[in-house]
Design a protein around this ligand. Structure first.
Ligand SMILES: Nc1ncnc2c1ncn2[C@@H]1O[C@H](COP(=O)(O)OP(=O)(O)O)[C@@H](O)[C@H]1O
Ligand SMILES: [Mg+2]
Length: 160
């Protein structure tokens, strides 16, 4: 699925649509890989998603901490940014594999920086800069991801 994101609010709105349609009952942790250059809107999409899940405090970009964790009404959301990953791309020290339990959602910016294996992706969001606005290509990578995209496409806000 491809769509234009006219402004930052539209990017956040897409995050909210994805939040409303997360297939939480999937038997494994869910993963979204966020691709795109610096400034493409990856963190903006995550903020919209977390807000919709009821996170009210500051949503910091995990540029330096690499990982921020949120408790969302019984669900855990891990927001990861591997841009500054040191040590030759070793993500094992982040412990993501141990955290990736059913009911957990991982949102991973710069997944291509990891040299060892990351928890799997159900969805890929590929963001790109188009002048003053952005575009996104969404792609599923699992059965759960396919169901997720179908539900997202049926969301009233997605069709706007
Ligand atoms: N659809 C959009 N159109 C215009 N600006 C956007 C859009 N989405 C996000 N932005 C802006 O782009 C800037 C960088 O966004 P950010 O989410 O931090 O990017 P990334 O995490 O990919 O580096 C922010 O100022 C944000 O408000
Ligand atoms: Mg970012």
């Amino acid at each position: 699925m491809d769509r234009e994101l006219a402004d930052a609010a539209a990017t956040g709105q897409l995050g909210a649509v994805l939040a409303r349609t997360v297939p939480w009952s999937a038997p494994q942790a869910l993963g979204v890989y966020l691709h795109g250059e610096l400034g493409a809107g990856k963190t903006t999409l995550v903020r919209g998603l977390l807000r919709e899940l009821g996170v009210t405090g500051t949503v910091r970009s995990p540029s330096y901490t690499l990982l921020e964790s949120y408790d969302c009404h019984g669900h855990v959301v891990l927001h990861v940014d591997l841009y500054r990953l040191a040590g030759g791309g070793d993500v094992a020290s982040l412990g993501l594999r141990d955290e990736a339990l059913p009911g957990v959602l991982l949102l991973i910016e710069w997944p291509e920086r990891a040299n060892d294996s990351l928890p799997h992706a159900d969805l890929h969001a590929r963001l790109s800069i188009h002048g003053e606005s952005r575009a996104v290509h969404l792609e599923s990578a699992s059965a759960a991801g396919k169901a997720w995209l179908a539900a997202a496409a049926a969301d009233a806000a997605y069709k706007k």
